[in-house]
Design a protein around this ligand. Structure first.
Ligand SMILES: Cc1ncc(COP(=O)(O)O)c(C=O)c1O
Length: 402
């Protein structure tokens, strides 16, 4: 059996996105800035895509700027806000569990003279509005807190945090790359100034994203050139990409209530199944959680070997210890929620979608259970006789559910 359960990494292109994109990859190849027929087609489609994305997010079309993906949107939001608000001050507040697209950008800004406050999170990965309020200073230019975490699925109280930030006069950005298309996201209801999204996380194509910039907020251009995207992000527009992103998002939003209910019910079954494995712990918030996110740590197991073992039986999954740079450092998110290094190494993330059938869910539970047991049999950290780890690593006591 083949089970794709790494939907937080990327999702397959939806049928709607594929069909919407095809004409712009073939016949309607025109440059959306040119004046003749085939180009006007492209310009019309781009305009329609912007309207669709705006409608899906509760925004106005002129507040949507297409970008080259989530990383680009995050970079633009942070660097742009830092520059735009330079006169106010150079203090930026963000959290310890952000994606590297935010964290590394903040570190870069730190080297450029900004002062960065990294807020800690609690054991479920939550940041509180009170923490943000306490961190705000007269020279705070920007607060950036993600809407939902990509590893542990925790959904942050963004509406409250945005309100605290904006009442103070600072700009508020949220990285909503994992949230858009998976939970309701309305920029007006959330009250954010800036919001990042990426097409491939909800069935759109890769390499295209968007940044929502609230009307009245002025960011400097990200790319200088021919003046595309109302002068802020130059470069011939990726019409097929924008059209595909919009089609995927429109479909995701239209089917959201049913999809969320279905996926959350299947997630509950997997969480229930994997919680039966001894010395396992669900990471992230059990309730304020993305519908498709199942993230666990298993003591006396290497997450990397679980992922490889699962690959051998056709299951695509990921581990917080598997880093894109090839290093085996445990994930910064798992350390931030207080897991000991040794335990954080044993992490596994499954992210399911509506495409995963009930049979696949059964298979996932069965295979993870088998592979954890097999890895432990070979591990020096596991006592096969007592069926327990040879050593516990919890400085503050083992959590109740282990
Ligand atoms: C929360 C979050 N932010 C930003 C990104 C970056 O998106 P992209 O790889 O499309 O640039 C990701 C991708 O995994 C993500 O999960």
């Amino acid at each position: 059996m083949f089970v794709y359960s790494d939907n937080a990494a990327t999702m397959p292109l939806s049928r709607e996105a594929f069909e919407a994109m095809l004409p712009f990859l073939r016949d309607n190849f025109g440059n959306a800035s040119s004046v003749y027929g085939v180009a006007r087609e492209a310009a019309r489609a781009l305009h329609g895509a912007r309207e669709d994305v705006a409608r899906a997010l509760g925004a106005k079309p002129e507040e949507i700027y297409f970008t080259g993906g989530g990383t680009e949107s995050d970079n633009w939001a942070l660097k742009g806000a830092a520059e735009a608000r330079r006169a106010r001050g150079r203090h930026i507040v963000t959290t310890a569990i952000e994606h590297h697209a935010v964290l590394h950008t903040a570190e870069y800004l730190g080297r450029q003279g900004c002062e960065i406050t990294l807020l800690p999170v609690d054991e479920r990965g939550l940041v509180s509005p009170e923490q943000v309020r306490d961190a705000l200073r007269p020279d705070t230019a920007l607060v950036s807190v993600m809407l939902a975490n990509n590893e542990i699925g925790t959904i942050e109280p963004i509406r409250e945090i945005a309100a605290v930030t904006r009442a103070h006069g600072a700009l508020f950005h949220t990285d909503a790359v994992q949230a858009v298309g998976h939970i309701p996201v309305d920029v007006t209801e959330l009250g954010v100034d800036l919001l990042s999204l990426a097409g491939h996380k909800f069935g759109g194509p890769k390499g295209v994203g968007a940044l929502y910039i609230r009307k009245g907020v002025r960011l400097p251009p990200l790319l200088h050139g021919g003046g595309h995207e109302r002068g802020l992000r130059s470069g011939t527009e990726n019409v097929a990409g924008a059209v595909g992103l919009a089609a995927a998002l429109t479909r995701a939003v239209q089917t959201l209530p049913e999809t969320m209910a279905l996926v959350a019910a299947r997630r509950a079954r997997v969480i229930d199944g994997l919680s039966r494995i001894p010395f396992s712990l669900l990471t992230g918030d059990p309730v304020r959680r993305l519908p498709g996110n199942i993230s666990f740590v298993f003591e006396a197991v290497e997450g990397e070997s679980l992922v490889l073992g699962l690959d051998m039986v056709g299951v695509c999954a990921s581990s917080g210890s598997a880093c894109s740079s090839g290093s085996l450092d445990p994930s910064h998110v798992l350390l931030a929620i207080g897991l000991p290094h040794e335990v954080a190494h044993g992490s596994l993330r499954l992210t399911i979608s509506e495409n995963n059938t009930e049979e696949e869910i059964d298979y996932l539970i069965e295979q993870v259970t088998n592979i954890v047991a097999r890895s432990r049999r070979m591990s020096p950290l596991w006592n096969e006789e007592t069926q327990s780890p040879t050593e516990r690593f919890w400085p503050q006591g083992v959590p109740a559910s282990l």
